[in-house]
Design a protein around this ligand. Structure first.
Ligand code: SF4
Length: 117
């Protein structure tokens, strides 16, 4: 069953992205943009993060990357490692919300299910 939302609709926010504006203005070539937003391992992504900080659709971009489990590159000002930290925190919170004991939880926050009753 189709959701009725096309890829184009789902990605419409990207047109307003600061990265797109800079590319359109000719400040960076497409290849430079790719290198800035997809740096190699150990390379600097400070410029990408600085560009994202000025972006009017930063939250949409980050939300898209998280929803679609984008693992590589800078999205919404966050690197793949930073997004994975977010997934981990989110997953641990879901476990706590379900009443599942998570080692390292603040004392009294979540009890083992067997302790809850
Ligand atoms: S948040 Fe960054 S990567 Fe996302 S659209 Fe804006 S400038 Fe581009």
């Amino acid at each position: 069953m189709e959701s009725g939302i096309s890829f184009v609709d789902e990605f419409a926010w990207a047109e307003k992205g600061e990265c797109r504006q800079l590319a359109r203005a000719g400040l960076y070539t497409p290849q430079e943009m790719a290198t800035i937003f997809h740096p190699g391992q150990g390379e600097d992504f400070a410029l990408a993060k600085a560009i994202c900080r000025n972006c009017p659709v930063q939250s949409e971009c980050l939300s898209y990357a998280i929803t679609h489990n984008e693992r590589l590159g800078i999205w919404g000002g966050a690197s793949g490692v930073e997004r994975r930290r977010f997934y981990r925190k989110q997953y641990l919170q879901e476990l706590r919300d379900a009443g599942i004991y998570v080692p390292g939880s603040p004392p009294g926050e979540v009890r083992r299910k067997s302790e809850a009753s």
